[in-house]
Design a protein around this ligand. Structure first.
Ligand code: CA
Length: 418
C-alpha cells in the first residue's frame, strides 16, 4: 500500500469555454500516466475537431508499459504525427475544415522520468521546490523575435500578434517538427499543462500562487481556470495538473475535457458517425473564427512583416516622444524669453568695482548667465558715500526706470558729498 502511494501520479483536468468564445476548441486528457492539452484553431468549424482528434489519438498511448523513457518519447512523437495525418485526412474529406490545426503538449511518466512532446504555444510548466519553470518553448513568431533579440520577453507578453504560431499539427505540413524531451521527476513535483487561454492572461506569479494554495491536483486545475476567468478569459482555457507522489493528491481516474469530451470527432472506426457529427460542427457561428489566422505557414514572409510592423511601432513611439520633447523645449524657451525680457526692464544701483554704477536687469545669475549689465558708470566713488548708503548700494537699490536710478545715484552722492 505504501509502495502504491509513493508512485502515485495524480492528474486532474479542467477546461472552460471562457467568457467571450461561444465554443471550446481546447481539448484535454488526464490519464493514468499520460497527460495532454491541445488548443485547436480553424475557421468557423474545425479547431475543436483538430484538438479532439489529436488528444484522442495520443491518449491511445496511455497505459503502454514503456521499456524506457526514450521509447515513450518516440511513442508520443509517433502519435502526434499520426494525429497530423488524421487531421489531413479529415480535411481531405470535409473541405469546410480546411485550415484547421491544433497545438499539442503532452507528457507521460515512466518511473522517475517524464517524457514530453510539444508543438505550438500550449505550455508545460514544472513547479519544484518553490520554483515554476516553463519546460516547453512557444512556437510563436514573437518568441522567435525574442530569441533573435528584436524584442524583450516583456514586450512579447503584450505583443498584439503574440498568439500567431509558426508550428502546429494540421493539414498544411506533412512532417511537423515536434519538440521532445526527457526530464527526471521527483516526489512532490507538480506539473502543469495549459492552453494559452491560461498563460496569456494569468501572470506566472499568479499561476505559481494558485498552485501553492492548492492541496490537490483537482484544486489546482480548478483554481487555474478560475484565475483565467477572473482575468476575463477572452479565450478558451484548459489546465491539467499532475502531482508526482504528493501526499493527499490521489489519482482520480481518466478524464477528458473540452472538445474531446464533447465527442466532436470524425471517427473512421465508427462508420456513419462523421455524418451524424458534421451538422453540429457547422452550427458554430462565424464569429467564433479567430479574426486573424492564428497559424501562418509562410513563416519567413510573415516574420519580415512582423519585424517591419514592430519597427513602425517603435518609430511611432519615438515620433510621439520627440513631439512631446519639442513642445516642452518650446514652452520652456517661451517662458525663459518672457522672464528675461521682464528682467531687462528693471534697473538697480550697485557697485562696479569701487565706483557706483547703474545696472540694467536684476541682481543674480542663472547658472553661467548674469541677469544684469552696467548701462551707466558714474563719477561717484565708494569713499564719497556714507557707510549707510554704501551698504545699501552694495546690496543693490532697485529702480523702475533709468531716471529713477539716476536720481538714486544723485541722492547717494549728494548725501556723501554733504
Ligand atoms: Ca487558445
Amino acid at each position: 500500500m505504501a509502495e502504491r502511494v509513493r508512485t502515485a501520479t495524480a492528474g486532474a483536468a479542467e477546461s472552460h469555454v471562457g467568457r467571450v468564445r461561444s465554443n471550446n476548441q481546447d481539448s484535454g486528457y488526464a490519464g493514468t500516466a499520460l497527460f495532454v492539452v491541445a488548443d485547436g484553431m480553424g475557421g468557423h468549424a474545425g479547431g475543436d475537431v483538430a484538438s479532439s482528434i489529436a488528444v484522442r489519438r495520443i491518449a491511445e498511448t496511455d497505459g503502454i508499459d514503456f521499456a524506457d523513457p526514450q521509447e515513450a518519447e518516440f511513442a508520443l512523437q509517433a502519435a502526434m504525427i499520426a494525429a497530423n495525418r488524421e487531421i489531413g485526412r479529415a480535411v481531405a474529406e470535409h473541405s469546410e475544415l480546411t485550415g484547421m490545426g491544433t497545438t499539442v503538449s503532452a507528457m507521460v511518466r515512466v518511473g522517475d522520468v517524464v517524457a514530453t512532446a510539444h508543438i505550438g504555444d500550449s505550455r508545460i510548466y514544472l513547479q519544484r521546490g518553490g520554483e515554476l519553470s516553463q519546460i516547453t518553448n512557444d512556437h510563436t513568431f514573437v518568441q522567435r523575435l525574442v530569441e533573435t533579440g528584436r524584442i524583450t520577453p516583456e514586450e512579447a507578453a503584450v505583443h498584439p500578434r503574440r498568439s500567431v504560431l509558426m508550428r502546429v499539427l494540421g493539414d498544411i505540413d506533412q512532417s511537423p517538427e515536434i519538440d521532445t524531451s526527457v526530464i527526471a521527476t521527483l516526489p512532490g513535483d507538480r506539473w502543469v499543462l495549459c492552453s494559452d487561454g491560461l498563460s496569456s492572461y494569468v501572470p506566472e506569479e499568479e499561476i505559481h500562487a494558485v498552485l501553492d494554495a492548492a492541496a490537490t491536483a483537482q484544486d489546482a486545475s480548478a483554481g487555474l481556470v478560475a484565475a483565467a476567468l477572473e482575468h476575463g478569459a477572452p479565450d478558451n482555457v484548459t489546465a491539467i495538473v499532475v502531482d508526482i507522489d504528493r501526499p493527499g493528491s490521489a489519482p482520480q481516474g481518466v478524464r477528458l475535457v473540452g472538445a474531446a469530451a464533447a465527442g466532436l470527432e470524425l471517427d473512421e472506426a465508427v462508420p456513419g458517425r462523421q455524418h451524424a457529427r458534421l451538422p453540429a460542427l457547422l452550427l458554430h457561428p462565424i464569429r467564433t473564427a479567430t479574426p486573424e489566422a492564428r497559424f501562418q505557414p509562410d513563416s519567413e514572409d510573415y516574420l519580415d512583416a512582423l519585424i517591419r510592423e514592430d519597427r513602425r511601432r517603435v518609430w511611432r513611439r519615438r515620433v510621439v516622444w520627440l513631439a512631446v520633447i519639442a513642445l516642452l523645449v518650446a514652452a520652456v524657451s517661451v517662458a525663459a524669453g518672457i522672464g528675461y525680457r521682464y528682467t531687462q526692464g528693471q534697473y538697480y544701483v550697485g557697485f562696479d568695482g569701487d565706483r557706483v554704477a547703474i545696472y540694467q536687469g536684476v541682481q543674480g545669475t542663472i547658472g553661467p548667465i548674469r541677469l544684469s549689465h552696467v548701462v551707466q558708470d558714474t563719477e561717484v566713488q565708494r569713499s564719497d558715500l556714507s557707510p549707510f548708503s554704501a551698504g545699501q548700494i552694495a546690496d543693490g537699490i532697485p529702480a523702475a526706470t533709468l531716471e529713477d536710478a539716476e536720481r538714486t545715484v544723485a541722492n547717494a552722492g549728494g548725501t556723501g558729498g554733504g
